[in-house]
Design a protein around this ligand. Structure first.
Ligand code: GTP
Ligand code: MG
Length: 442
């Protein structure tokens, strides 16, 4: 793996801004500082104010900070140069750096260097991505705690416990005269290992939902108040509302926060028979969206009831998670058909806060078990954690029957999987795939 070349990237967003920051990492950092800003022997953690000079011309005035290897983000010498912002300014400095022999960084290359130089394990590297991409404060907090090593520490406890047990099991196989295979000791150790693994895998599914976000689609007959509810959940007047059926045509989506889980909430065309071309197309798109949404909110009108149209919609939702909301409770009438399923009553125009009830119902339906202990960041991690848990469960259930040889193999497999998680053993392709999701400059 190539870690020796000196790379650079603009680490602030492109465009007009007060300053732009260029990060440089690698062995060539010191010589480029000498060449461009006349800093000889830069000191670790020091900030310099210097003119940038190139081919005898003053290019800009810059603030330069320096971090000496190995005490930097990547483990290599790093300089960060703050220059005046703007397209032309940053383009010129980048061209100069290329002419001076530096290489533009690829996505995630700084973090990849940090990983390869053992500054962090793979879990911590992935947490950097989740910090940058966090949409909710809860996501952010989780990313920060993983980057501080909470997940790695838990795995290290699990690993130690497995090694302890494996040494007894392997010992009893290799030296049966000296080390006895005491099933009660093995059972005790396994139950302890099971507890540690459960603690790690507990929030895996919620962890994935928190990372990827979920898609929520609001559907129902036209004029039931879908767009009104959409706007109330968003807390802004995003969708057009009128008292005419067939107001909404396109699907519109906006991010909301449901108990810490980022979600795209989508409003859609009301379902009804219509000859209007645009509305027909809108309804077709709603049916297509049923296949993609993680959960559907079916709205019906409490002044009209839950009728054939609603039952038709329900028949299309056999493979979906859904919740039902009866709206317009302020003008609800008796003797109407109501759904057989559980539903909640609201008045989207009168109720003070509809978000709390709706968010809680969605959260229950989706099985969010988010709490501060959740630290699984993506599917890769969840898959491995759940497979570890499965092996442990299997051996726990069979432990009285399993031979030491089989148990030993299973423990070996778990150790390998832990190494895959932290990146101690990882395929180059997997690494490239992970870091390619990063932005340039990280
Ligand atoms: N009384 C009463 N009227 C409501 C309530 N919620 C919405 N409305 C009214 O119902 C009408 C339709 O509301 P919309 O939010 O546009 O309904 P929609 O389901 O999005 O309609 P389409 O986009 O045409 O499918 C509007 O006049 C709203 O003001 C409610 O809780 N009570
Ligand atoms: Mg609407």
């Amino acid at each position: 793996m190539e870690t020796r070349k000196t790379i650079f990237a603009q680490i602030t967003p492109p465009g007009t801004s007060a300053i732009s920051v260029i990060r440089i990492s690698g062995q060539g950092t010191r010589s480029i500082l000498k060449e461009l800003v006349s800093i000889d022997n830069p000191e670790h953690h020091r900030v310099y104010v210097r003119k940038i000079t190139y081919e005898n011309k003053i290019i800009d005035k810059a603030i330069v900070s320096f971090f000496a290897s190995p005490n930097s983000y990547t483990g290599e010498d790093i300089a960060e140069i703050s220059i005046h912002g703007g397209f032309a300014s940053s383009r010129r400095i980048k061209n100069i750096l290329i002419k001076s022999g530096l290489t533009p960084a690829k996505e995630g290359e700084f973090t990849k260097k940090a990983f390869l130089n053992n500054k962090m394990d793979l879990l911590q590297a992935e947490s950097i991505l989740s910090i940058i991409e966090a949409r909710t404060v809860e996501q952010l907090d989780r990313g920060i705690s993983v980057s501080n090593g909470i997940f790695s520490n838990k795995l290290s406890v699990l690993r130690k416990e497995i090694i302890k047990l494996k040494s007894i099991v392997s010992g009893s196989i290799d030296f049966p005269d000296d080390i006895s295979y005491d099933i009660n000791i093995v059972k005790n150790m396994l139950s302890n290992i099971n507890k540690v693994a459960s603690d790690i895998s507990e929030n895996a599914q919620s962890g994935i939902m928190m990372s990827k976000g979920i898609k929520i689609l609001i559907t129902g007959k036209s004029n039931t108040g879908k767009s009104t509810i959409f706007n109330r959940l968003l807390k802004e007047d995003r969708a057009i509302i009128t008292n005419e059926p067939g107001t909404t045509r396109d699907i519109i989506g906006e991010w909301i926060n449901i108990e810490g889980i980022p979600a795209i909430l989508m409003d859609s065309a009301g379902i009804r028979n219509t000859n209007a071309q645009a509305e027909k197309e809108g309804i077709k798109r709603v049916y297509e969206m049923y296949k993609q949404a993680d959960i559907i909110i079916l709205i019906f009108d409490l002044s009209k009831g839950f009728n054939e149209e609603e039952n038709n919609i329900l028949s299309k939702l056999k493979n979906n998670k859904y919740i039902i909301i009866g709206n317009k409770n302020d003008i609800s009438v008796d003797n109407i058909n109501l759904p057989k399923q559980k539903f909640i009553r609201i008045s989207a125009i009168n109720d003070k806060d509809i978000s709390e009830t709706i968010n809680k119902t969605i959260s229950e339906k989706m099985g969010f078990t988010y709490n501060s202990k959740s630290f699984i960041l993506n599917e890769r991690e969840a898959d491995i954690v759940l497979s570890i848990k499965k092996i442990i469960q299997d051996i726990d259930e069979n432990n009285t029957k399993a031979s030491p040889e089989i148990l030993d193999e299973s423990l070996k497999l778990i150790l390998e999987k832990i190494s895959n998680l932290t990146g101690r053993i990882t395929d180059e392709d997997i690494l490239n795939n992970i870091f390619s999701n990063f932005c340039i400059g990280k």
